[in-house]
Structure formats: structure tokens, C-alpha cells
Design a protein. Structure first.
Length: 318
């Protein structure tokens, strides 16, 4: 099994406040010793319940009283390493002695202004954001915001981002999220990996056909970026065929079951009819015998009466 056997911290320039370099020596799965260069954050939170150093806040805004469409909370800010505006989720570094949930709520308050009517939905386990370059682990925190809360009205929100942060808050209705992703890219923005992953998971696995524009250019652009999307699309088709096959097999089994149940019902009805016919035949036989006995008795009565009349007539004649 591959494992790291040595970790050496590289000298850090004196004016570097957030990042440092490290050289790793590790043994790969074949037993060969290899080197790896990585970067890491200088800051590391101290909290017994936390293995992460940053949080990503996926916040949804609902309006239970005003019947407005639910929204996904995004932000847009300039990212110097890519020299572009990036559309992403609220995120930030975890402070010392701060829990993951507390960090998420603080970042949401600082960057957007939401403090009240915020409920925790769930937390992800620690996840690597760029495991080939950094050992940083983040937690995804899912929050629900009550958009109808008086203090959560846009005019009442008071955010206080850091001086170096130039953040534009985006509240995107879910029903327009697909088109909004396209519009962000058309305006020259980059869409963050987490937002992309969220949208792909929300609208379908593999190639997000539902995100295509009317001319289909969006899907072509995605395919050109990675052939894995085409593979995923084919896998979706294969999975769909398998699902259809399973459904057809289920229907066939149901038809067989119904057919056997029908045959069993017919057999039962025939058996009952036969029993009824046997009972009817028995009753007819009994009635026939009764009639024969009645005829015999009637014959005896008639014969006896006739004999009595004959005897009476003979006596009178004497």
C-alpha cells in the first residue's frame, strides 16, 4: 500500500503569510520511492472536533410566507490566481477554537449579512479540494435561510467582508439556475468547481443536457473540455436501457403472475361447478327415485281400491 515516509518543510519567504511548500517522500504501490511537491496553508485551526481548515457554505433561501421561488445563494468575486471573476459558494478559513458550523455561520454573516433565521441542514465529512497540490481539507456546510425573516430583507442586511474582498451577492432562483450558469460564462466569469458539481448533481448525472442553450453550444463546449462527459452520457444511456430492461422484465413477471392467477381461478371455478353438478345429479337421482316410489304406492292404492270395489260388488250380487 502506498504511504508517505518523510515530510520536509521548504523555507518560506518572509513575506508569505498564508501558504508554504512541503516536499514529500513516499513509497508507491509497487514499492518504489518517489518525491512529491505540495503546498499547504500556514494557518491551521485548533479544535478537537475539526479535521478541516476551511468551510464551503451551500445556503438555500426559502420564502415560506411570501410564496417566492426558493433561491441558491452564490457570490462572485475576483480571484487573482485565475485573473477572473469566479462564481462560487460562500467560503472561508476556519479560525482557531472554532467549530465547523460556527465558521459557516460567521462566513455567511460576514460575506452576505445573514445572521437570523439560519438553520443547519447538514455537514459533509472532510473533503480534499485539490489533493494533487494541497493537503487542505474542507467541509461542506448546508444551511437554510428564512428569506421572509424581517432582518433578512435585502435592505436590512449588513455584511462586513474583509478589506481585500470585493464580493457581489447572487441570489439565483432554482428555476433560473441553469440559464444563469450560462449567463455567467458568457459574461466572462468562471464557475467554481463546487457550483458546477452541485448543478450537475441537481439537474442530472453525467453530461448536463438540461443546461444546453437553444443551439446546443453549451453541451458542445462541455464535451470539448472533457471526454468523460461523453462517456458519462453513454453510461446514462446504458443505465437507461438497463432500467428499461428491468422494467420490461418486471412487467413480464407481473403478466405471468396474473396469467397463473387467472388459470388458478378458472380451475377453482370449474371444480366448484363440477361439485355443484355432482350435487345436482345426486338430487335429480333422489327425486327420480322418490317419484318412482310415489308411482308404485299410487299403483298399489289404485289396485287395492279396485279389489275392494270388486269384492263389495260380488257380495251384493249374492
Amino acid at each position: 500500500m502506498a504511504h508517505v515516509i518523510r515530510s520536509e518543510l521548504a523555507p518560506r519567504p518572509g513575506d508569505f503569510n498564508w501558504l508554504q511548500l512541503r516536499r514529500l517522500t513516499y513509497v508507491d504501490a509497487k514499492g518504489a520511492t518517489r518525491k512529491w511537491e505540495m503546498s499547504e496553508r500556514c494557518h491551521k485551526p485548533i479544535h478537537e472536533s475539526s479535521d478541516v481548515d476551511a468551510v464551503i457554505v451551500v445556503a438555500t433561501i426559502s420564502y415560506p410566507n411570501s410564496n417566492r421561488d426558493s433561491e441558491l445563494l452564490l457570490i462572485k468575486q475576483f480571484r487573482p490566481p485565475v485573473n477572473k471573476q469566479v462564481v462560487e459558494f460562500v467560503a472561508g478559513l476556519q479560525d482557531e477554537f472554532e467549530t465547523v458550523e460556527a465558521c459557516a455561520r460567521r462566513e455567511l454573516s460576514e460575506e452576505v449579512g445573514y445572521q437570523e433565521g439560519v438553520s443547519l441542514i447538514g455537514l459533509s465529512p472532510p473533503i480534499p479540494m485539490d489533493a494533487g497540490q494541497s493537503g487542505s481539507l474542507s467541509a461542506v456546510v448546508f444551511l437554510s435561510v428564512d428569506g421572509d425573516h424581517p432582518n433578512n430583507q435585502v435592505e436590512n442586511l449588513k455584511s462586513h467582508p474583509e478589506e481585500s474582498e470585493d464580493i457581489e451577492v447572487l441570489r439565483v432562483p432554482f428555476k433560473r439556475l441553469q440559464k444563469s450558469i450560462l449567463e455567467f460564462e458568457k459574461k466572462g466569469c468562471l464557475v467554481g468547481a463546487m457550483v458546477w458539481s452541485y448543478c450537475i448533481g441537481l439537474f442530472g448525472q453525467g453530461l448536463p443536457e438540461s443546461l444546453m442553450d437553444e443551439k446546443g453550444t453549451f453541451a458542445k463546449r462541455v464535451r470539448s473540455r472533457s471526454e468523460s462527459f461523453e462517456h458519462a452520457s453513454l453510461m446514462d444511456q446504458v443505465n437507461a436501457l438497463r432500467q428499461n430492461e428491468l422494467e420490461m422484465t418486471q412487467k413480464h413477471e407481473n403478466c405471468q403472475r396474473e396469467w397463473f392467477q387467472m388459470l388458478e381461478k378458472i380451475s377453482t371455478e370449474l371444480k366448484e361447478a363440477k361439485e355443484q353438478n355432482s350435487q345436482l345429479d345426486f338430487e335429480v337421482t333422489i327425486r327420480t327415485e322418490e317419484c318412482n316410489m310415489q308411482r308404485t304406492l299410487l299403483g298399489l292404492v289404485v289396485g287395492t281400491t279396485a279389489f275392494a270395489l270388486l269384492v263389495s260388488t260380488l257380495r251384493r250380487s249374492q
